[in-house]
Design a protein around this ligand. Structure first.
Ligand SMILES: NC(=O)c1ccc[n+]([C@@H]2O[C@H](COP(=O)([O-])OP(=O)(O)OC[C@H]3O[C@@H](n4cnc5c(N)ncnc54)[C@H](O)[C@@H]3O)[C@@H](O)[C@H]2O)c1
Length: 407
């Protein structure tokens, strides 16, 4: 059993109201989206970025008149960078988060926090030693619709929470991959990449404390030998349960059932099987990855609808609810009611990640998605893997509760 690390009171609040200097480690797909989110957020100024590839570095430097580095250690030494968003490949999450913390930078760390509970503990310990804030995200638990459903559950208006059904069918496994992304032992496959969004979401909705997991996972394509689909039943301490279903095999696309909208909330051309077909004729697929930060990409229009991750249906004693295109739909004894969410002032989901870091820095408010929360989500992902491999229920030991129901 890995010992839990005690939480501290957190760093001293900063009250001068200046925009926070943000640095980006990894200007790939996730980095590019966060750059767009930060560029639209008045609380931040993009100061610097690090990536081994010169193309995205040059684009970022030109767009923001900012400094760039080939190595994350140089970014960590930049005196104008106060917060570092770590969006490098999984194997670098632990060293880069520790490096940033040791240079006194607050850290936003992409999911999965790490690949082992021991590494999660090492990261938590480093942030505590340096007295810096840590947020693990983005995940879709930051989506405004998920937060609204959490508030509605906590209000008790729909009665006791019974169960949550989360399912998502995508083309995940057939997006161009590096070899390690198809190797589960190196963090490949859906359990480290996609299912953490679902785990974080249902943990937030149900209060955080997963008691046990029973799961089944499949490797259905021997040419891509990592888990591409899974079903898991999570039981919570409070009696609620959640079922998670994910398939990344590019057949059915569940966005067909979510108003034809993409994960980030833009109208989407559904193209079943297209990602598989695109790979059939290529010998070396990593060359097809073209999702790095590019000139002007931070100026692209923001999605017109709310982000989502598949379909999430929440069942309470007196009604059901689900995320909709622009809010939350409630189904109860009075029929159907739409609760609208005001349009986001920035990129919904990522904006909330940045807001939570500001709330920590300016008001000392501990984020829900801190290191212990991120570790608890990794614990559930590892338990799903273990339950599927061993064919048994797995009990959990490092879960943490949502401590502020109003978020
Ligand atoms: N929250 C989300 O919705 C979301 C979406 C996509 C990816 N992610 C996460 O973000 C991380 C990156 O994924 P991605 O899809 O952007 O991958 P990617 O391959 O598109 O981008 C990774 C970037 O990191 C750079 N890089 C590699 N080694 C580096 C190093 N040592 N130092 C600095 N930069 C380095 C690469 O050149 C590349 O530009 C992963 O952990 C992934 O799970 C999260």
């Amino acid at each position: 059993m890995t010992p839990d690390v005690e939480s501290t009171e957190g760093p001293k609040a900063r009250s001068d109201g200046r925009p926070i200097g943000l640095g980006i480690a990894g200007l790939g797909m996730a980095g590019a989206v966060m750059v767009q989110a930060a560029a639209a957020h008045p609380g931040y100024v993009l100061r610097a970025a690090a990536d081994p590839h010169p193309g995205p570095r040059q684009a970022f430097a030109r767009d923001f008149a900012a400094r760039t580095y080939a190595d994350v250690s140089e970014l960590c030494a930049d005196p104008e960078v106060e917060v570092i968003y770590v969006a490098t490949p999984h194997q670098f999450h632990t060293p880069h988060a520790i490096m940033a913390a040791e240079r006194g930078k607050h850290v936003i760390l992409e999911k999965p926090m790490a690949l082992t509970l021991a590494d999660c503990d090492t990261i938590i310990a480093a942030t505590q030693r340096s007295n810096v804030w840590l947020i693990v995200g983005h995940t879709h638990a930051f989506d405004p619709a998920v937060r609204l459903m959490r508030t509605m559950i906590a209000s008790g208006d729909l009665g006791r929470l019974g169960m949550i059904n989360s399912f998502n069918y995508t083309n995940f496994l057939y997006r161009p991959r590096r070899p390690e992304e198809l190797d589960t032992s190196k963090g490949g496959g859906i359990l480290f990449n996609q299912v953490p969004h679902q785990i974080d979401t249902v943990r937030l909705l149900a209060g955080g404390l997963v008691r046990s997991v029973r799961a089944h996972a499949s490797v259905l394509d021997p040419a891509r030998p990592t888990e591409g689909s899974c079903m898991a039943l999570l039981q919570f301490d409070n009696g609620a349960s959640a079922s998670l279903t994910y398939s990344g095999y590019d057949h059915f696309d569940s966005d067909e059932w979510h108003f034809g909208l993409s994960e980030r909330g833009a109208p989407k051309q559904l193209s079943h099987g297209a990602a598989r077909r695109a790979l059939e004729s290529v010998k070396e697929e990593t060359g097809l990855r073209t999702r790095n930060y590019a000139y002007g990409s931070s100026q692209a229009g923001l999605p017109p609808h709310q982000p989502h991750f598949g379909i999430t249906i929440v069942t309470c004693a007196d009604g059901d609810m689900r995320a909709s295109a622009n809010g939350v739909t409630v189904y109860d004894r009075n029929g159907i009611q739409e609760v609208a969410i005001p349009p986001s002032p920035g990129m919904a989901g990522r904006h909330e990640v940045l807001d939570d870091m500001l709330a920590a820095l300016h008001h000392g408010r501990r984020p829900v998605n801190d290191g212990r929360w991120g570790k608890a989500t990794v614990e559930v992902a590892l338990a799903i893997l273990r339950s599927a491999r061993e064919g048994r229920e797995v009990t959990l030991e490092h879960q943490v509760a949502v401590d502020d129901l109003s978020r």
